[in-house]
Design a binder for this molecule. Structure first.
Ligand code: GLV
Length: 328
């Protein structure tokens, strides 16, 4: 029997490719070229599945051009590169990689919070530039993390991981806002109190964004929200570009409307708003919150398991639109 054809849209761990090749005819991209939309569509022709990494937009137009496609397996927990309603209408399954990256991503959220509060990269740049000639009492004085108020916008699994780290590790008071409130048991475990978005903005010393991107969360933090934050507050975005209005944030940082920001995600990445590159009080990282070797390996294997599970065994592990399975 002919093996189904799948496309792996970006370079992956060689052993994951070998696993896929046991089940599929695989067209890969180990050269890791960044394809245009037309190049992606051309390669998707005749494929039953695609392994995506979060940057490949799958929408009604792509689906109409690729009628053989049955599954898009994202190697990411976020899936705003998928037009899920269009995929469901075309009976194409979407999958993502939840859980396997939760703790690693929460670790990084904390790393960015700490680096931002304690001005780690500013200090490093100063030292590397040979400017450290004497100690000074106020040199890179930042803000305290321990005992401060940690605000979390978006309280899914990663948000809860950050809350636990803050409450149990650093004795922080944890407040959160989310579409829905956690159960009393989870709130107690995370030592987190539910507050309105206004209260969250007003009271947080460190505000971490962990909510999914959607039309509703676009620019959830813009000029009006930044104006409500404490002038001493730090903002950390490990969610998605577009949740923060980057131009407004750069202005707020320049004007010291807030103290500092730590950003792992950007509007229009890998481009970064030029104003963010020139303000000193921001820590910038290239979308690496889930980037540890074991976690990236687990994410790649889960995306592969979803392709194999669905196309070979009819059972994907982490479906996003399971109604497609019910209809099959
Ligand atoms: C990374 O941003 C992910 O969604 O997994």
């Amino acid at each position: 029997m002919n093996k189904p054809a799948v496309l792996v849209a970006r370079a992956v761990f060689p052993e994951v490719l070998t696993r896929l090749e046991q089940h599929f005819q695989v067209e890969h991209n180990q050269a890791d070229e960044v394809w245009s939309r037309d190049q992606l569509v051309a390669r998707l022709k005749g494929k039953a599945g695609v392994f995506t990494t979060g940057g490949e937009r799958i929408d009604a137009e792509v689906l109409a051009a690729c009628p053989t496609l049955k599954i898009c397996a994202n190697m990411a927990v976020g899936f705003n590169n998928f037009d899920l309603p269009a995929m469901t209408a075309a009976k194409v399954l979407g999958t993502n990689t939840p859980d396997v990256l939760t703790e690693t991503t929460a670790d990084f959220g904390f790393a960015l919070l700490m680096a931002t509060a304690r001005r780690v990269t500013e200090g490093e740049h100063y030292l590397r530039a040979g400017q450290w000639t004497k100690w000074a009492y106020d040199m890179f004085a930042g803000s305290d993390v321990h005992g401060s108020t940690l605000g979390i916008l978006g309280m899914g699994r990663i948000g809860q991981g950050i809350a636990r780290r803050g409450a149990h590790g650093f004795g922080m008071k944890v407040i959160y806002h989310n579409r829905s409130r956690l159960s009393p048991e989870l709130e107690a475990e995370c030592k987190a109190s539910y507050v309105s978005k206004e209260e969250l903005l007003r009271s947080s010393d460190h505000l971490v964004l962990v909510l999914p991107y959607s039309a509703q969360s676009h620019h959830a933090i813009g000029p009006a929200e930044l104006a409500q934050m404490k002038p001493t507050a730090n903002l950390v975005n490990i969610a998605r570009g577009g949740i923060v209005d980057d131009a407004a944030l750069a202005q707020a940082l320049r004007d010291r409307r807030i103290a500092a920001a730590g950003l792992d995600v950007f509007e229009g990445e890998p481009k970064v708003h030029p104003d963010l590159l020139t303000v000193p009080n921001v820590v910038l990282t290239p979308h690496i919150a889930s980037a540890t070797v074991p976690t990236r390996r687990a994410m790649a294997n889960l995306a592969a398991d979803n392709l194999i599970g669905f196309l070979v065994n009819g059972k994907p592990l982490t479906p996003l639109n399971p109604e497609v399975l019910a209809a099959a």
